[in-house]
Every structure is written in C-alpha cells, then in structure tokens.
Design a protein around this ligand. Structure first.
Ligand code: F6R
Length: 243
C-alpha cells in the first residue's frame, strides 16, 4: 500500500484527478469505477472541467462501486449523483457508462448482471472513500473479508451520515445499498482511497495503526500493493507518525 500525505482537500482532489487522468491518457480502453459521497465532489468537478477542455473519454468505461436500494432518481441515488456531478455536464461527449440499478425487482439478478459487467470491463481504477466507522463501499464493520457483491444493511452511523450529506428526513433516508464486496474491490488493477477532514481522523488512525480486523473494514487494504491512499492533514492529524 502506498500513502500520499497532502495538505488539504484541494490538493487531494487534484492528485486523485491526475492519477485518473494518467490512466485515461495511457490506456487504450480505460475502465474507471467511481464512488460517490462528499469526498469525491471536487474530483468530479476537476474531471468534468478536463473533459470539457478536451480530455478524450470516448474509449473510457465508467462504472460504480455501489448504489442505494431505492428509486434511481432519489436525491441520494448514485445514478443521480453521476448525472448531476458528471454526465449532465458532458452531454455531447461519447463514453460508456454502466451503473447498478438500485430499483431492481430481483436483487440477486441485478448482482449477477453487474458481476458480469465487472468481468467484461476489468477496472484500471476503483475509487473508494472511507466511512467514519471504517467502511469501504457499504462493507460495514463485521463484513467478512471474502465478501462478494451483496445488498448491505447500513449501520446507524452510516444512515446518519447519508441523512446529513443529502439533508434527508428519517423516513427519506435509505438504509440498504448494493455494494461490491472486498473480493471485487480488490480485483481492480489500482485501488484509490481518498480521505479528507478531521471527522475521519479517528478512522484513519484505526486503519493505519491498529490490527487488521473485520471491525475496521478498510484495514484489509493494508495487505495489498495495488492500493494507493491519499490523506489530507486534517484526516492524518491523530496519526503518531504525523507527530
Ligand atoms: C459511497 C461510498 C461510501 C463513502 C463513505 C464516505 O459511494 O463508497 O463508502 O465513500 O461513506 O463518504 P463521504 O465521502 O461522504 O465522507
């Protein structure tokens, strides 16, 4: 695992963008799987700006890490996030995109469908964020490290952060999510984890300084060389190595 310590959110977003851009420039048919939430918002902005300024994504495939169970146009849905933060702003560009259908009637079939897509389009990059409880995707604490794509039940902590992120009432807040499991996450050629902000500092400390354990899902990534982590100063502020 490689770690870059950067100053702040701006620098983190720019560094992440540059890593994604270099894959798009280098590969003939790049496959980039993105996640959503607060952390990658600026990265999406940088990506849109570059595409509008002629970064060629005609041969790029875009995939996703996860999707809430619920209507595809719900304010919190990953489909809507991609639409608002990316695809609506690059309408005249050609690219290929395949997202998870959170409204699928048959969830098992949807999982099989998406697993086939993951096989057809081997990912060059899998983007990840970090939950304050150590989750990656919706692999919450206690999820076995051999998990494959499944519908996860969110913990209370995750439900609270979704509620806050999308300014929802209790009734509106989703509590289940399709997510790639550890196994699919780690099949990507490169895994890029972004962590920003003081509210993540405790999770970062557990991730990097405690034992590898299912209680802290992200800790599993420490075993792998194809993982790059970008952490800003606020998120790294509780680390002993930073003192
Ligand atoms: C969402 C996802 C989640 C988030 C995590 C951190 O697609 O993958 O695991 O990355 O909950 O969310 P933010 O970035 O909002 O702090």
């Amino acid at each position: 695992m490689k770690i870059y310590f950067v100053k702040d959110y701006e620098e983190l977003s720019q560094k992440a963008f540059e890593i994604i851009e270099s894959v798009i420039l280098d590969k003939e048919y790049p496959v980039i799987s993105l996640n959503t939430g607060g952390t990658p918002r600026q990265l999406f902005k940088n990506f849109v700006k570059a595409i509008q300024n002629d970064l060629d994504i005609t041969r790029t495939t875009l995939l996703t890490l996860d999707e809430y169970v619920g209507p595809s146009d719900a304010v919190y849905s990953v489909q809507r996030y991609f639409k608002e933060n990316l695809t609506d702003q690059i309408e005249d560009k050609f690219y290929h995109i395949d997202l998870i259908h959170g409204d699928a009637n048959n969830q098992d079939e949807e999982i099989k469908r998406y697993q086939k897509i993951l096989q057809k389009y081997p990912r060059d990059i899998q983007l990840l964020g970090l939950g304050t409880n150590g989750h990656i995707g919706a692999n919450e604490p206690g999820t076995p490290f051999n998990s494959t794509m499944f519908v996860s039940k969110h913990t209370k902590e995750t439900i609270e952060s979704t509620k806050k992120e999308y300014k929802l009432s209790d009734e509106e807040t989703p509590n289940e999510m399709f997510t790639l499991g550890f196994q699919e996450i780690l099949q990507a050629k490169n895994i890029l984890l972004l962590v920003s902000g003081r509210h993540k500092a405790k999770a970062v400390k557990t991730f990097l300084e405690d034992n590898i354990s299912e209680n802290c899902p992200v800790s599993y990534l420490r075993n792998y060389d194809n993982v790059t982590v970008i952490i800003d100063e606020d998120a790294a502020s509780l680390l002993d190595l930073e003192k």
